[in-house]
Structures are given as structure tokens and as C-alpha cells.
Design a protein around this ligand. Structure first.
Ligand code: F6P
Length: 550
């Protein structure tokens, strides 16, 4: 494997960063009137403007050369052809196959998987149509108008984010709840709002062994029975790769929707894990979501890197992370319905590229995935943007907005969009001390006050942002947007030399929690003094136990 930081392309990028250190993005814009046209492109219903990054033609040339040096195009081909690129788990990575509406076939280990994908989609369609038509009811004959999705991580964030994003597409009268946390309060709060006669519990877990999901599913089943529920089979379905565990839990495999090892948890909303989406917005809209993603897949697999949206977004991200020094990246949707997109991308990106060893098991010599965070605009503006504008760290950001709102209300959307545009302009331009002083003078501020205030009112600017624009947030454009990020993450993983498709980093905590669990006191109970851990952990266990025993 090629260590990217040892390549001449990496050195060239280091030199670019040094050369550009004293030029402000203001100057780059002033010097090149064609900058916007040059550094923007359209694909699959999305428009990306990446001109407000501190890049030049040289930088882009060197980034593309770096992508070629690590054979990004070859890796892309290997992913789409079903090779086991998830090397530590020996698995293919074929979420794109789940949404491929062309006649293309996909193979894993010599087995054609396309028929399985189509059959499962059909099963989801027919199940949902039974629920929607009222043909499939609960135990008392009432329609199942409520869904409680029980899952965590990829088995929660994707469906939840999509359901929230596509509110106007909700089938009238239907409700969806998402329970993920092992904190029983979330389940209790949800159960207080639902009726066992009309609720379908969708237990979503790739492995069907995840502690949080199994605990919530058991408690939900107990509540169902304790509250007069009969015929559990009518009210519980499973979405999983693990037939054996589904059966062991007591769910009939007829009520199981299957997906496969080659679908990563955080890439699984296109699979059976999307059943909660189908139930809330209908199969046709789910299909449109898949089609939007497929359009982006087609663009990604065929466009040359210089005109390839996911590759460019990834490479500009590499530039910001490794050469500009942005250790954090903000995802800022200017659409309230994209409320859960930052959380969704936190898992997609940080669980994929938050890695310190390369594919060969060596510790990498360069920074990998950034910290991802975000909130919808304009809320974030009144919370953490201060630090984006004037903090000591450079933070890169994606600003995402539809030109037309899903629900245009008076002039709200123009106001939202004016903020959306103003923020990237402000982050790029900044405000010089001279400008600040002139402004204060024009306002009639006295000289001593100007001297005192001016430094606080200076904005350095030169802060990198991407703008992602779409006409409207629809199932198609949402599908394309998610696929754009999936492929961006893939490209960055290839450049950084990490395996973006495993997640060993979540294991240690899980194992330690298992050993701590029996040491914790039940409420009003007692347990022997803890002595098996470090002093801090022992001390905390003992303190918790003493508080719970009272
Ligand atoms: O946190 C680790 C993880 O394995 C995620 O990758 C996954 O999305 C989540 O747990 C849930 O896993 P499962 O779908 O198997 O319950």
C-alpha cells in the first residue's frame, strides 16, 4: 500500500499550502472572475460550489495526481465489482447494488446477488402495501398505523434521518417513532404515546445481537403482552442478516426482511433497514430515493475525477484536513427537515474514517477523518458559528440548501437562504481591521472606543466552505445527497489508506460494559465493593452503587 504522505504529490500539496499561506481567498476571487464557473459542477440533481476553498488549479492538479497515485479509480472499480475491499472482515462493499436500477448484475464470491436484492424489495413492497391497505392488521383487526423502529447506529440514524427529511411525503395518518438508546426513558416515553392494538414494532439490527436493540425489543414485547397485546407475530418484524438470532428471539422468519454481510450498517438504509421508511412514505417514494442515489452512483462510477462530484468533495476535504489543518468539519443544512443529517453523517464519516492504522496495519503518518458536527441553519448561527468565524481553529463546512422549501411559508425561505449565502460569503471574505475602523468611524464612534473595539470586530475570513444546492428536497435529491457523502467518504478512505468499512473502535467499550454490568447494583439493591478496575472506575462504581442502594 502507498503511504500517501511519502508521495511526491503530497509534497507538491505541502508546497502549494506554503505558497498560498499569504494569499487570502478574497484575492483568489478578485484575481479570477471565472472562479465560480471553474470550481462548481452539477450531477444527479445537485449543484456543488467548491470555489470558496483555498484552492487553485495547481492544488486541484496535485489533488487529482494524489488520487491517481493511490489508484482511486482502481479502488472504485474494485468496490463496484464486489471485491472484498473490507479486508479486515473479508467482505465486499456493495450498498450501491441495492439501488442499481440498470440491468447490471452484481456478484459476491461468484454468487449473483441481484435476484436476492429484487426479491427482498418485492417482499418489502408487498408487506407495506398490506399494512397501507389495511389488509394486514393488528391482533384486534385494527389497522397498524404506528411504527416503532427499534435499532441503533446504522439501524436507526439512516431511516430516522430520511423519514424526518421527507415529511411532506408521509402517508396521512401514519406515525413513526425511533427508539435507539438503551436508556429506558426513550422506550418508556414512546410507549406512553402508542396503542398496542395499532403498533408494529420493527426490530432493526444487522447482527441481531446489539445490546441496546435486544434490550429495547425484549422490553417492548413485554409491554405489548402486559398491555393486552396478542399474536406477537402480527406486531413484531425483524430486519437483519442473522436468521438464526431472529428465530431465537422468537420472531418468525416469515416476518423477517433480510440483508447481507456486504451491506455495512451505516450504509444500510437502502436495504431491508429501509422498511420503516417504506411504511412512512410508501414504496414508490422509497424507490425514488433509491433512484436518486443510483443517479449519483452512475455519475461517480463514470465521471473523470476532475468532473466527479464525490471525488472532488473528498479531495477538497483532504486538502482542508491535511494541508490547511482543519481537524473539524461542519455539516450545516439550511433545511429544518434535514435536522438529523449531521448525526447521520457523524456515523457515516467518523465510524468509517476515524482510523489510525492503514490497510496494512501500520500506524498512519497523516491525519485521517475529521470531527463531524453540525446543526441546521439558522439555529447553529446563534450557537457555535462564533467559533467558525473568529475561533483559533480553521473549521471547514458544507452548507446545504434547497432553493425551494418543501413548505414555502411567506418569506421565510428567502430569509433562510439569505443567511445561508451570507454565511459562506462572510467566512470567505472576513472583515479587515481597516474596514472595521471605517465602519465605526462612519457610525460616529469616538477614537478611543474604536481602538478598543476594532480588534474584536475583525474577521480573518479565508475559511473554507462548500455549498451544496438542490432545487427542492425530494426523495430523489435526498438519495443523491446521501450517495454523494457515501462516495466522498469512500474516496477519502482510499486516499488516507484506511479501511472505511470496519469499526473495531467500538468494541472495547462494549466488552468492558459487559464486565461492569454485573457489578452494578439494581435499584435499592446492593453489590460487593468493586475492586477489579482502576481506582477511578472502582470508585465510581462504588459511588453509583451507594446512591442506588438508598
Ligand atoms: O456501533 C457499532 C455498530 O456496529 C454500527 O456500525 C452499527 O450501525 C450499529 O452498531 C448497530 O448494529 P446492528 O445493526 O448490528 O444492531
Amino acid at each position: 500500500m502507498i503511504e500517501p504522505s511519502k508521495t511526491p504529490e503530497w509534497s507538491a500539496l505541502n508546497a502549494d499550502a506554503e505558497n498560498l499561506a499569504d494569499s487570502h481567498m478574497r484575492t483568489l476571487f478578485a484575481d479570477d472572475p471565472a472562479r465560480f464557473e471553474k470550481y462548481s459542477l452539477e450531477a444527479a440533481g445537485l449543484f456543488l460550489d467548491y470555489s470558496k476553498n483555498k484552492i487553485t488549479d495547481d492544488v486541484l492538479d496535485h489533488l487529482i495526481a494524489l488520487a491517481n497515485a493511490v489508484d482511486l479509480e482502481g479502488a472504485r472499480g474494485r468496490m463496484f465489482s464486489g471485491e472484498p475491499i473490507n479486508s479486515t472482515e473479508n467482505r465486499a462493499v456493495l450498498h450501491a447494488a441495492l439501488r442499481d436500477f440498470s440491468m447490471r448484475d452484481y456478484f459476491v464470491d461468484g454468487e449473483k446477488v441481484t435476484p436476492k436484492i429484487r426479491a427482498e424489495l418485492k417482499k418489502m413492497e408487498s408487506f407495506a402495501s398490506g399494512i397501507h391497505s389495511g389488509g394486514r392488521t393488528g391482533y384486534s383487526g385494527k389497522p397498524l398505523d404506528t411504527v416503532v423502529n427499534i435499532g441503533i447506529g446504522g439501524s436507526d440514524l439512516g431511516p430516522q434521518m430520511v423519514v424526518e427529511a421527507l415529511r411532506p411525503y408521509w402517508i396521512k395518518g401514519r406515525r413513526s417513532f425511533f427508539v435507539s438508546n438503551v436508556d429506558g426513558q426513550q422506550l418508556t416515553d414512546t410507549l406512553a404515546q402508542i396503542d398496542p392494538e395499532t403498533t408494529l414494532f420493527v426490530v432493526a439490527s444487522k447482527t441481531f445481537t446489539t445490546q441496546e436493540t435486544m434490550t429495547n425489543a425484549e422490553s417492548a414485547r413485554k409491554w405489548f403482552i402486559d398491555n393486552g397485546g396478542k399474536d406477537v407475530a402480527k406486531h413484531f418484524v425483524a430486519l437483519s442478516t442473522n436468521r438464526y438470532a431472529v428465530e431465537a428471539f422468537g420472531i418468525d422468519t416469515d416476518n423477517m426482511f433480510e440483508f447481507w454481510e456486504w451491506v455495512g450498517g451505516r450504509y444500510s438504509l437502502w436495504s431491508a433497514i429501509g422498511l420503516s421508511i417504506v411504511l412512512q412514505i410508501g414504496f414508490e417514494n422509497f424507490k425514488a430515493l433509491l433512484k436518486g442515489a443510483h443517479l449519483m452512483d452512475e455519475h461517480f462510477r463514470s465521471a473523470p475525477l476532475r468532473q466527479n462530484m464525490p471525488a472532488l468533495l473528498a479531495l477538497v476535504g483532504v486538502w482542508n484536513r491535511n494541508f490547511i489543518g482543519a481537524a473539524s468539519h461542519a455539516v450545516l443544512p439550511y433545511d429544518q427537515h434535514l435536522l438529523r443529517l449531521p448525526a447521520y453523517l457523524q456515523q457515516a464519516d467518523m465510524e468509517s474514517n476515524g482510523k489510525r492504522t492503514n490497510i496494512d496495519g501500520e500506524v498512519v503518518k497523516h491525519a485521517t477523518g475529521p470531527i463531524i458536527f453540525g446543526e441546521p441553519g439558522t439555529n447553529g448561527q446563534h450557537a457555535f458559528y462564533q467559533l467558525l468565524h473568529q475561533g483559533t481553529d480553521i473549521i471547514s463546512a458544507d452548507f446545504i440548501a434547497p432553493a425551494i422549501s418543501q413548505s414555502e411559508t411567506g418569506d421565510h425561505h428567502e430569509k433562510l437562504l439569505s443567511n445561508f449565502l451570507a454565511q459562506t460569503e462572510a467566512l470567505m471574505l472576513g472583515k479587515t481591521e481597516k474596514e472595521v475602523r471605517n465602519e465605526l468611524r462612519e457610525d460616529g464612534t469616538a477614537k478611543p472606543q474604536i481602538d478598543a473595539l476594532a480588534p474584536h470586530k475583525v474577521f480573518p475570513g479565508d475559511r473554507p466552505t462548500n455549498t451544496i444546492l438542490m432545487e427542492k428536497l425530494t426523495p430523489e435529491t435526498l438519495g443523491a445527497l446521501i450517495a454523494l457523502y457515501e462516495h466522498k467518504i469512500f474516496c477519502q478512505g482510499i486516499v488516507w489508506g484506511v479501511n472505511s468499512f470496519d469499526q473495531w473502535g467500538v468494541e472495547l467499550g462494549k466488552v468492558l460494559a459487559k464486565s461492569i454490568l454485573p457489578e452494578l447494583s439494581p435499584i435499592a439493591g446492593s453489590k460487593p465493593e468493586a475492586a477489579n478496575h482502576d481506582a477511578s472506575t472502582n470508585g465510581l462504581i462504588n459511588r453509583i452503587n451507594s446512591l442506588r442502594s438508598q
